[in-house]
Design a protein around this ligand. Sequence first.
Ligand code: AGP
Length: 365
Amino acid sequence: ARIEKGGYKHYMAKEIAQQPTVVGEVLNAYVKDDRIAMNLGGIDFADVDRLSIVACGTAYYAGLVAKYWFEHYARLPIDIDVASEFRYREAPFAPKTLGVFVSQSGETADTLAALRYSAGKVDKIVSLINVPESSIARESDVAVEIHAGPEVSVASTKAFTCQLTCFAIMALKAAHDRGHLDDTGLAAHLADLRQLPGLMSHALTIDTATKEIAAKLAEARDVLFLGRGQMFPLALEGALKLKEISYIHAEGYASGELKHGPIALVDKATPTVVMAPHDGLFDKTVSNMQEVMARGGRVVLVSDARAAKEAGDGVWQSLALPEAPELIQPILYAIPAQLLAYHTAIAKGTDVDQPRNLAKSVTVE
Ligand code: AGP
């Protein structure tokens, strides 16, 4: 059946708005009270020494966030690659490695080829997919459905936050299996995850504020996105979304890399979007922002009220999200990244749902 826009101007707007609901569905499917109920075909992460995560585009960025989570919470080393590089590299695998493949469509040619390369060489093939009858799902030992529902817009939005929610649950299971999280700790993190639908609905109310900032971003030729730690992949995702649908050149960088090159780009005409909730690394980020501002750069701070206060004067524009537990911050901050791109594209008059040169599913090499 044809999927309707349901009163929204674009599929992308509808899919952004659906996120509190679909993320809630992921939690219903995989969390029961204080327990994880995700069927991973009997995988016990205590018997796993390494994950090899492979994906493309936005799905790859979900994997990058997951790397921070698995390493931090479960002390499990992660290798991560884009599928087009991985498939020809003939990577060797250490024993006790799980192959993890992330794909909304389940049909991305490079990701499928990477999966086929890994089959028989890793202990098990696990995939995170949105389309259960897809090739990647069929060829996996365990296919975890991300429950985003049909995603029509070429720019991926709700699939990203659902992939992240599934990964967060998996990383907590790994932490628990490996003895780094006891029952009480697990219950506390699951309670954090359960805050997501409410916090995401709250985050969606920045829509109007985002529109005003987007009107200014639409005048830029280049935009920099910065993030640190688990927010670094969000900077990459924000830049990808913006270039895909508004055709503005955007680059995502780890905040600390700024002085190793990209700071040369900073001038009045190049806005820098800083994705920085209040966390343990916030003061480092403030000093990176000051470096940008000292060179006449204009900073758009995407943060929470507490961090905005600590950032002091000089910030050009800011977007305040609700404060959130650290684990779920990357999921929440997907919303401003998406809304900034969406409203900038609207301001530029581009084709939001069908950007030029792009296909929803890349089934050729
Ligand atoms: C994201 O907005 C993209 N259009 C693109 O990067 C996408 O995430 C990538 O092609 C992977 O697709 P898949 O998840 O269907 O494998």
